[in-house]
Write a protein that binds this ligand. Structure first.
Ligand code: SF4
Length: 453
C-alpha cells in the first residue's frame, strides 16, 4: 500500500479547489450536478440539499487504526484483521456501505473465505426484491420520469425529507428533454404527515393529498386498484365480493362511503386521474414503507401499474438506495446471479433471503466473525455482537461497541474516486476525489486483508 494509505490524515490538503459536476454519495439519487469548493479540508456545497451539505461538511475527526482499542499502524491492523478472518469458520461480511469497488472486494474476500454477504439496509430493499422475484414489475427511471411523467403519486414515503432534491430535479425542473414549461404535473400524496411543500412552482398543476395512516395505505391502494379495473367499491359491489382484502377493510369500517378514513368520492377522483394520465409514476422509498407486510404494498402498486398499462402508460419508481445499497446489490447480482444475502460457504454462491440475513444470523448466534464496512454515513454502526469484529469505517462512525480491529477509510466521492449505482439501477455514476483526506478506500484495505490471508 502507498503512503497515501497510512490510515491517518498526515499531509493535510492545502489551497482552494473548485470541483464541478460532483456526484453526491449521501442518498440513492446520486445527484451529479453539485459544485464543491474545497479550502484545505473544508468543503463548501452548492446545489446540495440539507443532507448533502451535512454530509460533505461533517467534520472529519483524526482517526488511527486500532487493535483492541490501542493505536496501530495500518499494516498491523490489516494483519490483525487477516488473523481474525483466517480463524473464522463462517465469516460474515456486512454493512457493505461503499461503492462498486468496495462491493467487488467484499465479494472477493467472501468467496475466498466461504463467507456470507449482506448489506446493512437490505431489509428495505427486500420489500422490492420479493416482488421482483415473484411477479416482476414495470419501472421507470429518474430520467424518464423527469422528462415524460404528467402524474406523480407519492406513496407512504416522505420523499422531500429523504431525498431533498427529488422534487427540484425530477418533478419540478425548469426544463425537460422534450419541452420547457409546457407540461404540467399533478402530484398526489397518499399517506398522512408527508411534506408536500416542494410540490410547487410553475410546473405543478395540482396537488392532492389522501391523508391516511401508514398502515392503512394498503386499503386505499386496494380501493384504487378496484376502480382502475372498472369495479365499484361500494360494500355490495362485485369487486368487494371478489377482493377479500378490500371487503375486510370495508367490513371493518362498516361504511363503504369511506376507505381508511378517506371519502370514497376522493379516492374515486384520484383513481380517475390515474386512468387519465398519459404517463403516471407511482413513487415510493422502500425503507419508508414500515407497515406490516410492506412487500404486499409494493406488490399492490405494481399490480395497479400493470392494469393501467392496458390503456395508458404507467410505471413504478423506487427511490431509497442510501449507503451504497444499489451498488452492493447490483454488483452481487452481476457477479453471482443473486441479490444480496449470499453465502459462499459451500464453495459456490448460494442464495437465501432468510438464512443469509446477517442481522438474523447474529441474533441466532450464527457466524463467528463480522467484517463491517461503513464508508459513507455515520449512522450504520456495527450491530451488537459477541463475535470478533473488524470495522472499516469513516472516522466518526457511531459504534455501539468497540470493534476488535478498526481501520479508518475514506468516503467514495470525497476522499477517493469510484463508481456508485443510482437507486433506479440503470446507471453507475463516477465519484470524484475531492482531496479532503488521504484515507485509503475500503476496497484497498479489503484487498490488503485478503492478500494477507
Ligand atoms: S437528494 Fe440525495 S444525492 Fe441529491 S444532493 Fe441530496 S443527499 Fe445528495
Amino acid at each position: 500500500m502507498t503512503a497515501q494509505a497510512e490510515g491517518d490524515r498526515s499531509g493535510e490538503p492545502t489551497g482552494t479547489h473548485i470541483y464541478n459536476n460532483v456526484t453526491c454519495p449521501f442518498c440513492g439519487l446520486l445527484c451529479d450536478d453539485l459544485q464543491i469548493t474545497r479550502t484545505g479540508s473544508l468543503l463548501k456545497v452548492n446545489n446540495g440539499c440539507p443532507r448533502a451539505t451535512a454530509g460533505f461538511q461533517r467534520p472529519l475527526p483524526a482517526a488511527k487504526p486500532l487493535i483492541r482499542g490501542s493505536e496501530a499502524s495500518l499494516e498491523e491492523a490489516v494483519k490483525a484483521a487477516a488473523e481474525i478472518v483466517r480463524g473464522a469458520k463462517l465469516p460474515l461480511y456486512g454493512g457493505m456501505a461503499g461503492d462498486v469497488a468496495n462491493a467487488r472486494a467484499m465479494l472477493s474476500i467472501a468467496d475466498r473465505t466461504g463467507g456470507v454477504v449482506d448489506h446493512a439496509l437490505s431489509e428495505g430493499q427486500y420489500r422490492n426484491f420479493r416482488v421482483v422475484q415473484t411477479s416482476g414489475w414495470i419501472m421507470s427511471t429518474l430520467t424518464e420520469a423527469r422528462n415524460r411523467a404528467d402524474l406523480f403519486v407519492i406513496v407512504g414515503s416522505d420523499i422531500h425529507k429523504l431525498h431533498g432534491r427529488f422534487f427540484d430535479r425530477i418533478v419540478t425542473p425548469d426544463e425537460t428533454m422534450f419541452e420547457s414549461l409546457g407540461g404540467k404535473r399533478t402530484v398526489i400524496f397518499i399517506g398522512e404527515g408527508l411534506d408536500t411543500s416542494a410540490a410547487t412552482g410553475p410546473r405543478v398543476k395540482e396537488v392532492i393529498t389522501l391523508p391516511t395512516a401508514k398502515d392503512r395505505i394498503p386499503e386505499v391502494l386496494a380501493a384504487i386498484s378496484a376502480i382502475v379495473r372498472g369495479h365499484p367499491i361500494s360494500s355490495g359491489g362485485e369487486e368487494v365480493k371478489r377482493n377479500s382484502l378490500l371487503a375486510s377493510f370495508l367490513g371493518s369500517s362498516g361504511n363503504a362511503d369511506e376507505v381508511a378514513g378517506i371519502k370514497r368520492a376522493d379516492i374515486e377522483k384520484v383513481a380517475e386521474k390515474f386512468k387519465a394520465a398519459n404517463y403516471g409514476v407511482l413513487v415510493w422509498s422502500p425503507p419508508a414503507l414500515s407497515m406490516p407486510e410492506a412487500d404486499l404494498t409494493v406488490h399492490m402498486m405494481t399490480e395497479i401499474v400493470r392494469e393501467l398499462n392496458t390503456t395508458t402508460r404507467f410505471a413504478g419508481l423506487s427511490l431509497g438506495g442510501n449507503e451504497g445499497a444499489p451498488s452492493a446489490a447490483s454488483t452481487c447480482t452481476w457477479q453471482t446471479g443473486y441479490p444480496l444475502r449470499v453465502s459462499f460457504a459451500s464453495g459456490a454462491p448460494e442464495y437465501d433471503a432468510n438464512r443469509y440475513n446477517i442481522a438474523r444470523m447474529l441474533t441466532d448466534g450464527e457466524g463467528d466473525m463480522l467484517m463491517w464496512v461503513a464508508s459513507i454515513g455515520t449512522d450504520i454502526g456495527l450491530p451488537q455482537t459477541a463475535v470478533p469484529t473488524v470495522v472499516l469505517g469513516t472516522p466518526g462512525l457511531r459504534l455501539a461497541q468497540p470493534p476488535t480491529v478498526y481501520i479508518p477509510v475514506g468516503t467514495p466521492g470525497i476522499d477517493h474516486t469510484g463508481q456508485m449505482v443510482r437507486c433506479d439501477n440503470v446507471v453507475s455514476l463516477p465519484m470524484q476525489n475531492l482531496g479532503r483526506s488521504q484515507l485509503p478506500s475500503s476496497a484497498d484495505v479489503l484487498a490488503a486483508i485478503e492478500a494477507a490471508l
